[in-house]
Design a protein around this ligand. Structure first.
Ligand code: FE2
Length: 186
């Protein structure tokens, strides 16, 4: 279940309906997909995509997504810090950012047009769709682990446009889930 924090307003949302409604006001879709025992955490990419085929097909039809893949990182992933350095600076895409979390945790920061920055902490079973053009950045949590299905409208895949605003530097990449370790600089 995702948690939403709005530091400027000192608000934290943890109720599923409240999170869903609040994110919808920003054009961000949030869903919970039943994931219990559907695939093993170490299932192959093909097995994962097959297990979630009904939901993936629904999203493809709704959002015009043409490809799906599985991103899988853990503390042992070669080049992990170089990869994370691409995600953790404020950027936008010309297409939606759609992620369904299979394992691990992650922290999206969204820089809303109205001003406030919010942090969305996601975990297994969470589907999030951030509309194209939305300013955002992403960090792992202390476990430095995430496995997620990604959907793309463009077969070229993940293409960021960086703002270089440095707004991201004003927000600590800290997750608050009970099972999370404190973030440590590598
Ligand atoms: Fe992104």
């Amino acid at each position: 279940m995702a948690t939403v924090r709005i530091p400027d307003e000192q608000r934290t949302l943890t109720d599923r309906d409240e999170v869903t409604r609040y994110l919808a006001t920003l054009g961000i879709d949030y869903e919970r997909w039943p994931d219990n025992e559907r695939v093993r955490e170490d299932a192959s990419v093909e097995e994962v995509l097959a297990a979630y085929a009904p939901e993936i097909e629904r999203l493809k039809q709704q959002g015009g997504y043409v490809t799906a893949d599985v991103i899988d990182v853990n503390p042992g992933t070669p080049g992990l810090d170089v990869m994370l350095a691409k995600f953790n600076r404020e950027h936008w895409h010309d297409e939606d950012e759609v992620r369904f979390i299979i394992a691990g945790n992650g922290l999206f920061h969204i820089h809303t047009q109205a001003g406030p920055v919010l942090a969305i902490e996601v975990e297994a079973g969470d589907l999030i769709r951030v509309p194209r053009g939305t300013l955002h950045w992403f960090n792992l949590c202390g476990d430095r682990r995430i496995r997620a299905i990604r959907l793309f409208q463009d077969t070229a895949g993940w293409t960021p446009h960086y703002t270089e605003s440095q707004v991201d530097e004003g927000f600590l990449p800290v997750c608050f889930g009970v099972s999370h370790l404190p973030y440590q600089q590598p």
